[in-house]
Design a protein around this ligand. Sequence first.
Ligand code: KIV
Ligand code: ZN
Length: 519
Amino acid sequence: MQPERLIIFDTTLRDGEQCPGASLNKKEKLEIARQLALLNVDVIEAGFPIASPGDFESVELIAKEVRGPIIAGLARALPKDIEAAARSLEKAENARIHIFLSTSKTHRDFKLQKDKGEVIKMAVDAIKFGRKFCDDIEFSPEDASRTEPEFLAEVVEAVIDAGATTVNIPDTVGYSVPDQFGKLIASLKTNVPNIDKAIISVHCHNDLGMAVANSLAAVKAGARQVECTINGIGERAGNAAMEEIVMALRTRRDFFGLESEIDTKHIMACSRLVSSLTGFFVQRNKAIVGKNAFAHESGVHQDGFLKKKDTYEIMNPCDVGLDASELVLGKHSGRNALSDRVTKLGYKLSQEELDQVFTDFKALADEKKEVFDEDIVLLIQKETTVDEALNTYHLVKVKMAFESGTTPTAAVTLTSRDGQQHSAEGTGDGPIDAIYNAIDNITGQPCRLLEYQVMSRTKGKDAQGEVTVRVQHENRVLLGKGIGVNTVEASAHAYINAVNKLLVNTKSGPVDGGDIQGP
Ligand code: KIV
Ligand code: ZN
């Protein structure tokens, strides 16, 4: 008998992007959506179209460009939100409007100030309105796990009658525990007469570290869609991590008896892409995608592992896209070898992009003895995710002087978009501070450095460093990234990247100044 299928609904670009500090531009979102399509997710929630013009355009772009998965847009239970979602999804091959409305007592009393009857009416009206644009309507009773179970059942029955095809049960504040959450799903299956007319979905937050466990308990109880994100990113402590859900199903098929359609060998590439573009590093011991997830340190483990792998390993690293054997790329490698590696890494580049990556690869190979897969991924990202519209300033030259007991000084030269060169000097508490002050003297937009991180992204003494900065200008906080073998230059690039974003003003507020409340 064929195992039943679990629908994977990815919300990295909506709930994931909504978390503090993660802000992606349109090109970056499209890049992630393409990787999600390679992973073969069933649904990509591409954004919350009414939230900002930028969000609307991203959903529109993904709906136009990405084929395969259903593309979903989020909407409150309001006609203007639903209309915006429908418009942004017009070009999608398959579209879904995801409507949400709070149902718990606290949310009803304090957030919505509506009684139970009003909430049901609002949900039903919204679904009927949504069905005018789209046959695929998902409804989420927000804060479902803290809603009175009888009322939740009433809402679910009413929205299915009104035309919802998927009913999502969110544990919005990560309050549930697996046994209780599984029972909630089981009770909906028993007590809602029309439950068979819709797919039951779950959406769990990780405030108590139980998002994956709660989701899997719900699956065991009959949920057939899980909402999740790559690396588990999301509002506050995040959402259920997709890679964990998928690999749990696969590794414990004996227990769950379910399959997903995910092409798991793209998991690592997708995880690295999301981590790099959001600036959220994956903890080393993170299940499935952490650096240590398939590494063995203790002598006893190594001994057992060498005798038989499954003494200490329950999954094959190749299944998630890790390559046990390494083919070394260096300065003698040609374009074909690079192109082959790029394809194996799951990227599809235009000829022009490949030419540029090849030029950068040759330059890097001259600096480094070995160019690893991670290096190639960084080169590709540099080429494919830089938004030209953001490139107001380019670094031409940086020079710094530092001697113990003296104040560090730096001299920086930048070109602006009109091709003019600008030079300035700066001093600071340290050499990087001096460089950043020199840049401020050129741009005239002084920023406060909130966070500065250097990560070695590749291997060896001559590894490429990735510098991530978070800077604040007035009430805006921006993320900047720079990559290079020379960390000082990479630091300057990261700061310039953040300042360029500031100058372009990419992220705007609600279109109509309305009261958007992050779900
Ligand atoms: O956490 C939540 O309740 C949500 C809903 C919009 C599904 O994100
Ligand atoms: Zn959520």
